[in-house]
Design a protein around this ligand. Sequence first.
Ligand SMILES: *Cc1c(COP(=O)(O)O)cnc(C)c1O
Length: 394
Amino acid sequence: MQKSILPHPSAESFAPTSVPLLDVNRGNAALREEFLAAITAVCDSGRFLYGPDVQEFERAAAAICGVRHAIGCASGSDALLLALMAYDIGPGDEVITSSFTFFATASCIWRLGACPVFVDIEPDGFNLDPEQIEAAVTPATKAIIPVHLFGQCADMDAINEIAARHNLKVIEDAAQSIGAEYRARPAGSIGDIGCFSFYPTKNLGGFGDGGMVTTNDDALAEKLRQLAAHGMKPRYYHSMVGINSRLDTIQAAVLNVKLAQLGRWSSQRRANAARYHRLFAEAGLDRSLVMPEELPQRYHVWNQFTIRVPDGNRDSLRARLTEMKIGTEIYYPVPLHQQECFRALGYGAGSLPETELAAREVLSLPIFPELTAAEQELVVARIDEVYHQQRAAA
Ligand SMILES: *Cc1c(COP(=O)(O)O)cnc(C)c1O
């Protein structure tokens, strides 16, 4: 065989023996020169805050999210905080949200002195159950924060309908779902304000922390921008108390390079999800495990591929996979209503049964865009090994 005519050996050419949960270097490697050029330009410009890359990014991100305004800020956590501040939410107010999410979804409510009201999720899709929302509305309720968990939108028509009936604001936590759609509407354009994160593990990840709020409301956009700059307008005049939360120019420069790839990366994540579905079905494992599905009217961007491992087998499966060098993670092991810091809210065990069941069963598998077919085959083969051993032992 003539070696010279073979393609350059890539990760695909070798049989893998381990699979990382996420390898950000694979996606970044191909863009290295572009990143360095963009960062060098910021370095040379000396405009480290509010530089032209920030405006360019905000314009491009607004277009992708289908909104009139996108405003960069320092993190997804700050995006949520700014959104609540823009609606003057504070002591005496209640905000309904999910307990099956990252901490920041609820800490923003607590930090403003308002009360998080946790409601249960739908078992398919892991997002807020609209029926539970309806039951939790009180005269003190001001807003709903649906989370588009793992890359798939919540049931936004039902949520918006409840919000309209009770005059509530809808703040989308789209930290994991940039590019996702609900009835062809992009995440972050469906409620009143959208909140995004550019934490490195998100589908659009920066070189550190970053975030963004989106809205179609011109006056609200002004207020959000002002709140992110100490509430200052004009310079050194403060009509409201804001915070210091900016998207650094260097982060925006990096994100501009990456934003151009987002559509392709989402397609690769979707192709990887489809391949898992095929591989798990071929192995017959879709009878032992519950596969995550794309729900009707959704465009899922698969920030996570999260299976359910029933019958109390999750932790032992994960331990075996770790031994076999297959990266996995549990998003999330402790629901927010059961976190120590929220004990005073008084949610007992069993108060949110679907959330608590999900926390016991979920296991997220590698799904990043550059994951190879051989790596996915190895993940499924290793899980198959564990299940075969269990069957043999039984
Ligand atoms: C990552 C994340 C956040 C917080 O974003 P940061 O940029 O890390 O502050 C909020 N909500 C959800 C659902 C997230 O996944």
